[in-house]
Design a protein around this ligand. Structure first.
Ligand SMILES: [Zn+2]
Length: 252
């Protein structure tokens, strides 16, 4: 009965305020949320969550190795939910989450990624999930941090603590969209630091084995590399620092 009433209410609100597919813009059916079945079936999934080596992990490891002189660095794992192309309709997913306040979609697609990770062996030893922090002024303007929305959904699926108290954004950076690879790296280098409290607690690594950094989209990897570098000032190379995002720019 309750189900019937809820469905009836949903149909009524759908008439007044139709819910649309985030990808193609078509009207969603009653049982669909955020994305229509056809766009869901065609979603260009990466399946990276089950591959310890993949193009995203290789690109990220190449970036982080530039700033390190080895020292027993553990290979970072990397995964994304789907391939992101500027011209493809799936770009609407991170765009809606970041610029249109669609945090429900952030939680929905974050959960989808989290479920895949929870089912995979690579991520079973993660101790904490850290979202890429926004500068406080930008977060205050936007009302939320899109990376944190996605990270929270992954944390709930994998049952790993979400930690927003460890990594801080020290300064505001320019928007990255119009910068080239070198420009992006210069723009965010040194923008992050580990909070004083966390530095004291985790100096030497504590009992941490594996940290997961989360962002919305992986483009050149410069933002995640800057976060990685900040975490490495506290966590020794034996602590693996991996990354997960919704979109990965490049590949198939
Ligand atoms: Zn659709």
């Amino acid at each position: 009965m309750k189900e019937l009433i809820l469905n009836g209410l949903r149909s009524a609100t759908d008439l007044l305020l139709p819910r649309l597919c985030i990808v193609c813009g078509c009207r969603l059916l009653r049982h669909e949320s955020h994305i229509c079945l056809s766009c869901l079936m065609d979603m260009p999934l990466t399946h990276f969550q089950d591959m310890s080596h993949n193009p995203m992990a290789d690109r990220f490891n190449e970036m982080i190795e530039k700033g390190l002189e080895d020292g027993g660095e553990r290979y970072a794992y990397a995964t994304a939910l789907f391939f992101y192309h500027n011209e493809a309709r799936y770009r609407h997913i991170p765009y809606q989450i970041k610029y249109h306040g669609n945090t429900e979609a952030g939680a929905f697609f974050g959960k989808m990624l989290g479920q895949k990770m929870a089912a995979g062996a690579l991520w079973s030893d993660i101790d904490m999930i850290i979202p890429v922090p926004l500068h406080w002024a930008r977060e205050w303007n936007r009302g939320y941090n899109q990376a944190e929305v996605i990270a929270a959904a992954i944390a709930s699926e994998t049952r790993v603590p979400l930690r927003t108290d460890i990594l801080k954004r020290r300064r505001r950076t320019r928007t990255q969209t119009r910068l080239d690879i070198e420009g992006k790296a210069r723009n965010v280098a040194g923008a992050f630091s580990v909070s004083d409290d966390a530095a004291v607690i985790f100096r030497g690594g504590g009992n941490v084995r594996h940290i997961l950094l989360v962002d919305d989209v992986f483009t050149t990897g410069s933002t995640l590399t800057a976060c990685f570098t900040a975490l490495r000032t506290v966590f020794p190379p034996c602590v693996r620092i991996s990354v997960a995002t919704l979109g990965f720019v490049g590949g198939a």
